[in-house]
Design a protein around this ligand. Structure first.
Ligand code: SF4
Length: 476
């Protein structure tokens, strides 16, 4: 039996894009499909395709007995396109991942079977049913303990990725209004056994590893104690890996944790600052960041003292955001002293509190589904924003990036890292990669705006013969 697993591409966010050669330093292996492969019994011959590295001619490949596709929301249109192609050839298709979980009815119309939630508890049943030609339309996965899950098949994708990937925990105790992690993985902070994590690290061929956990260190004392234990085990195993991870700002509060993280190979952390003031943090329900009247600048410095770069995440488009927010973010991030920023448009992803709110208030702008899901990349303004028009929010994004990634500011940041021997080369690559992406993004923003404006104008006009073409915005 042949199983083909596909990670669908979305050209709007393709990290393998040849247009930015720095992006090759940011490409990581898609872990979800490697996990599924790890759960698959030996009688299945497995092929994994990551379309971010190129789209093969599927017709020339051996015909699979089952095609599986996993998709975030922005990948859903391509996943449906692939499903249609394979079903035409008589290949049954199963779809899982966050989007299928949040929109099972939509997915069901386009594939043979939908897996909602985490796949571990149902995947072998799916395969067994597929083998008997008796797939059910829906399999509901539950949140299982992670202690004894089989290892992902790291051997199944070719080398050439800059980062291998690994997961050590799932779920996040916080419940930010824009985030779908708690809806998909739950709020309980589930941990894998440290022994397993260390053993799996040894199977990863890449020297650099992305730890995909949504929050590697957690928020409570017992979470932090476990993170320390993990780092200690990684040091003792002498893994020789460098790794990056996502964490909350409380990482800065424990010197021992930082010391161990550095010795275990941590080179950079992504930290969600989200916005520039308390009002915004309250709006997105991330009050955690304002506990103890935190001094962000001092927190960032404490992390950097351990030779760990800090990449800050920010959002533009909150209800509190007004004209000038772009420069405000660039200046705030500079004041905090972060090494790079990743700024996203506020995006109502299905399954989140934010989606519910914006839908109720009729503020979902890109709403021709499923085609418009491709715009839900977090890099396009798909909503209607309280105080900023579509053109204004795009301008705010551009002014933020222009200011933070100006040559002068990049030189100052990299120079500071060089002077302090804080990974100056990595900080340079990181800044150049973001700077180039922000340049490339500008054109895409205006194209998106033009097509959405045109689409909405068409929709408002009476549907005479001239105006019947109101489907997908014409840019694609
Ligand atoms: S802290 Fe991060 S992972 Fe947790 S809910 Fe907020 S955004 Fe999501």
């Amino acid at each position: 039996m042949r199983l083909l697993l596909i990670n669908p591409c979305n050209p709007l966010v393709n990290t393998g894009s040849k247009k930015n050669r720095w992006n090759k330093y940011r490409a990581w292996k898609p872990l979800g499909l490697l996990v599924l492969a790890g759960l698959t019994p030996a009688e299945w011959e497995i092929t994994i395709v990551d379309e971010n590295t190129g789209v093969p001619d599927y017709k020339r490949m051996p015909r699979p007995d089952l095609m599986g596709v996993s998709a975030f929301t922005s990948q859903a249109p391509r996943a449906y396109e692939l499903a249609a192609e394979f079903r035409t050839r008589g290949v049954p298709v199963v779809m899982g991942g966050i989007h299928a979980t949040m929109r099972p009815a939509e997915a069901s119309e386009r594939v043979d079977a939908v897996v909602t939630g985490e796949a571990e508890s149902v995947w072998t049943q799916v395969l067994e049913d597929a083998r008997r030609g008796a797939l059910k339309p829906l399999y509901e996965g539950s949140l299982e303990a992670l202690e004894k899950t089989p290892f992902p098949r790291h051997d199944l994708l070719p080398t050439g990725y800059h980062f291998g990937s690994i997961q050590t925990t799932r779920g996040c105790p916080l419940n930010c209004s824009f985030c779908s992690v708690s809806a998909f993985n739950g709020r309980e902070y589930r941990r894998r056994s440290i022994e397993d994590v260390v053993a799996e690290f040894k199977l990863i061929r890449e020297k650099e590893v992305l730890i995909v956990d949504d929050n590697l260190i957690g928020t409570r004392g017992d979470h932090i104690a476990r993170a320390k234990e993990l780092f200690l085990a990684m040091i003792e195993a002498d893994l020789g890996k460098k790794w990056v991870a996502q964490a909350t700002i409380n990482m800065a509060d424990d010197e021992e944790l930082l010391r161990l993280a550095e010795r275990a190979g941590c080179t950079a952390v992504f930290i969600g600052f989200e916005t520039t003031g308390d009002e915004g943090l309250i709006e997105v329900r991330k009050k955690y960041n304002i506990q103890k009247s935190r001094d962000f600048k001092a927190s960032v410095r404490r992390i950097q003292r351990h030779h760990i770069l800090v990449v800050g995440s920010f959002i533009i488009g909150l209800d509190v955001d007004r004209s000038g927010i772009g420069l405000d973010i660039a200046d705030t991030a500079t004041r905090y002293g972060v090494d790079a920023i990743n700024v996203m448009f506020l995006t109502p992803l299905p399954g989140t509190e934010l989606w519910k709110k914006m839908e109720e208030e009729d503020r979902i702008a890109a709403d021709s589904f499923p085609e418009d899901w491709k715009y839900y990349t977090l890099t396009l303004p798909v909503g209607r924003y309280r105080h900023l028009s579509r053109a204004e929010i795009i301008e705010e994004m551009h002014s933020c990036n222009r200011s933070f990634y100006s040559c002068a500011r990049i030189l100052r940041r990299v120079g500071r890292n060089f002077w302090k021997r804080h990974k100056a080369f990595l900080s340079l690559v990181c800044n150049l990669s973001y700077r180039k992406n922000t340049h490339l993004g500008r054109k895409v923003h205006w194209e998106f705006k033009r097509s959405l404006d045109q689409f909405q104008l068409n929709r408002r006009l009476p549907t005479t013969g001239d105006n019947l073409h109101v489907g997908t915005p014409p840019s694609e």
